[in-house]
Design a protein around this ligand. Sequence first.
Ligand code: E4P
Length: 214
Amino acid sequence: MRFFLDTANLEEIKEIYELGVIDGVTTNPSLVAKEGVDFHQRIKEIAEVVKGPISAEVIALDHDGMVKEARELASLAPNVVVKIPMTKEGLKAVKTLSGEGIKTNVTLIFSANQGILAANAGATYISPFIGRLDDIGHDGMELIKELVKVFDYYMIDTEIIAASVRHPLHCLKAMEAGAHIATVPAKVIEQMINHPMTDKGIAAFLADWEKTKK
Ligand code: E4P
């Protein structure tokens, strides 16, 4: 399973990318706004570090506006993937962009039907939001399972990115369910790396090693 880093923070991206555990980056307007930087400039900076897919989201809500923004975003770097919200206009934009060879990531997916329609429109990726479903008392992982089942059955090429990941268990369960990718905040990657037994083990090995010197 592949991991993308879900952030627009360049320092986090540089630090985690160096570890060799992530293949791409996803951003959204909230994550970019948090950084207080120029959007296009930041996407270019990310593309200088990360060679895999980098998702950058459009702001427009109408087909023509989305397509215009998408073309601009796609021209920033060859690995930019344009994030399009799951709406009627969004689907139309995905169809247009897929015809132009521009990769898309249909975002804000909250049902299997939405995911299937996005795939039919030509989405490269879809992003079901598991954490936000959990927040409203639904089981976000059930959506991943439904999507994997249907995409496998119909041999759909669109890749499923488990998004809105809040903790390591989300990653593990998304892997078990067969999601192609999980996009994960830096904090969750840190949680996945660390284990108190590993720290304890290192301390014990070093203490024993010190004894040999006496
Ligand atoms: C990534 O593609 C999504 O925009 C992101 O995972 C949403 O996460 P959140 O629900 O924690 O804001």
